[in-house]
Design a protein around this ligand. Structure first.
Ligand code: MG
Ligand code: MG
Length: 622
């Protein structure tokens, strides 16, 4: 499989773009003319630079407003093309993208356009160049790939083919099925872009909001399956116009692009076998069965205060690592690790981020399969030295600076707790009824959110929910839920646009994105709240106004509201299904724990309560 990306997709100057594109393992590039002109190097030097990076220049684009013009504009358009042909020869690429015209003087007429392309095809053929005609979604006369194909068919020219672009087809809600009728060798190039469904002008939407396959709402897999069915075996390229990407880290955007393309093509060939595309094989998306542990990095002082907080949540220091300064705290099926070991990943993480979650352990169906898929997606693996009596637990680097470990039953990794930990003798309390981790909330800059969701959705069998805006007194936080089909993994990603929001100041305070809260599940939040109260847990105070509001909103009895208010429990209800939650006070610079009780069919996270929680946290933090 030949992969490519258009230089316009990435920030930086052309030299920087080529370097990161090569580093992200793409085979080639589309040179976007503006990038080339702005950079100021000669076509020859640019061509050499690409080849020095091991990149093939697979396309030069775009050549605009060429076809259907009256004289003298028509002759001028041909002259313009010849100059670009010179440039392509010097640069060392043989394919030019011609996008359908929006020239005010352009006349329609399918045969006139075919005639123009045929004549230019003759001129291109003399130089061994080829032309790919693309229907822009907003083209004046040609804005549908079916019409573009009819024109290409009528040129009946070996040097003229079609370029199909998922955005232009799917963005106009045109079914990609008709692509299946195009001979594969007449498709000269394939461009892919996804986009979120937003109601706005097509051109504006296209130029600013495209994103990587899987990051938006278009069915790129369906489109690409149609292309694959034709026998097309040329480059598969990303052409992403996105304001955020242009301001983002070129390295990360290029990596995201490669990752999205690999995952997409894996999806495609699972539905539409296409051996001619030679898509690298990888295991299917990993099935997450649950959260096995959450690990905090800290020092001795931090361990004391974190341990004290966990104690007031009913946790016990239940076991100690056989070789390391690693304590296991547990309750129900929840395992919290407090790592104070020097010269460890955790220690380095603590040095940079302070006391925080440095590692999440996921229970998966197949740990080695998960690692193999991660490697195929170019996710960095994190092998660690294995001490005496220790198991080799596979791990990867997460998007932020943390780790994710994988534990499965299949290869005996779930023995780790018995093998590597010695129980600490217990007495007294037996917990407050917390049974498992309900969800983990990670905060990040809004601009990094797509990178995070792409990471999870390409590696794991999880779904994204629509982004919800959470109002913080200091700005908006965008919240995106990622969950597995059986809800054994629930994550909320909170993207902060302003450093003044609670999520924003949390990440600003610790150099990068991080776990901001962990929610534990209980079967009965009132019993748990009683028990918590007895052992000295301090819940986040919620104002009385809130209880007046929910009493009115849900028609709750005064007695229920009094009970809820007594323990600072927040309440939500959907279709008669209840969700109850309470929070700890903030720990350190804004981390907190949450306790939830959810009815079976309640599938949310109490989003309507988030502004009140945020305001309550803010009162304590300022
Ligand atoms: Mg395009
Ligand atoms: Mg929550």
């Amino acid at each position: 499989m030949k992969t490519a990306i258009a230089t316009v997709s990435i920030s930086g100057n052309l030299s920087e773009k080529l370097a990161v594109i090569a580093a992200a393992k793409f085979d080639g590039v589309e040179i976007f003319e503006q990038d080339f002109i702005a950079h100021g190097l000669s076509p020859k030097v640019v061509g050499q630079m690409a080849r020095d990076h091991g990149l093939e220049i697979m396309l030069f684009q775009p050549f605009r407003d060429f076809e259907g013009l009256p004289e003298p504009e028509r002759s001028r358009a041909f002259d313009r093309a010849e100059i670009k042909f010179d440039l392509m020869e010097e640069m060392g690429t043989d394919l030019m993208l011609i996008c359908s015209t929006v020239h005010p003087k352009a006349q329609g007429g399918i045969d006139r356009i075919a005639e123009d392309l045929r004549e230019l095809g003759d001129r291109a053929a003399k130089r061994n160049l080829r032309l790919g005609y693309e229907a822009l979604a907003w083209g004046t006369h040609i804005n549908d790939h079916r019409d573009a194909w009819e024109i290409v068919r009528r040129t009946d020219h070996d040097s003229v083919g079609i370029v199909v672009d998922s955005f232009h087809t799917l963005g106009r809600k045109i079914s990609p099925e008709s692509i299946r009728a195009i001979p594969g060798d007449k498709i000269f190039f394939v461009q892919l872009a996804d986009a979120p469904l937003i109601n706005m002008d097509l051109l504006y939407w296209s130029r600013h909001f495209r994103n990587m396959p899987g990051e938006g709402d278009l069915d790129i897999s369906d489109f690409m399956q149609a292309v694959a069915s034709t026998g097309y075996d040329g480059p598969i390229s990303l052409e992403i116009f996105n304001d955020q990407f242009r301001a983002g880290s070129p390295k990360v955007i290029a990596q995201d692009g490669y990752r999205s393309l690999m995952a997409l093509m894996d999806d495609v060939v699972r539905e539409q076998p296409a051996p001619h595309l030679h898509v690298p094989e990888m295991p299917k998306r990993s099935e997450v069965q649950g959260i096995e542990f959450v690990e905090f990095a800290t020092d001795a002082q931090g361990a004391l205060s974190l341990g004290a907080l966990l104690t007031t949540l009913g946790f016990r220091h239940s076991a100690q690592h056989i070789n390391k300064e690693v304590a296991l705290w547990s309750q129900g099926d929840i395992r919290i690790i407090i790592n104070t070991e020097g010269n460890s990943f955790a220690h380095r993480s603590f040095k940079i981020h302070g006391t925080s979650v440095c590692d999440i352990g996921l229970r998966v169906e197949d740990a080695s399969g998960t690692i193999a898929r991660a490697a195929a997606l170019d996710i960095e693996l994190h092998p660690q030295p294995v001490g005496d009596g220790e198991l080799e637990l596979p791990a990867i680097r997460s998007v932020g600076s943390g780790l994710i470990h994988f534990i499965d039953q299949k290869s005996g990794l779930s023995r780790v707790w018995k093998t590597e930990f010695t129980p600490v003798p217990q007495s007294g309390s037996t917990g407050v009824g917390l049974t498992s981790v309900d969800h983990i909330a990670q905060s990040m800059n809004y601009s990094d959110m797509l990178t995070w969701s792409l990471f999870y959705t390409t590696l794991f069998n999880v779904q994204k929910k629509p982004v919800v805006d959470v109002i913080d007194p200091a700005g908006i936080v965008r919240s995106q839920v990622i969950e597995s089909p059986k809800r054994s993994l629930r994550l909320t990603l909170n993207g902060a646009e302003s450093n003044r929001t609670v999520a924003g100041s949390f990440i600003a305070g610790r150099a990068g994105s991080a776990v901001q809260h962990i929610a534990f599940k209980t079967a009965d939040i009132f019993i748990t709240a009683q028990a918590l109260h007895k052992i000295g847990f301090e819940s986040l105070p919620i104002p009385a106004n809130y209880y007046d509001d929910i009493r009115a909103r849900f028609g709750l009895s005064p007695e229920t509201c009094t009970e809820l208010a007594k323990f600072n429990i927040l309440y939500d209800e959907e279709d008669g299904q209840r969700f109850l939650q309470l929070y700890s006070k903030p720990f350190g610079d804004g981390f907190f724990f949450e306790v939830v009780e959810r009815d079976m069919e309640y599938d949310g996270y109490g989003a309507m309560n988030a502004p009140f929680r945020t305001a309550a946290l803010r009162r304590l933090m300022t």
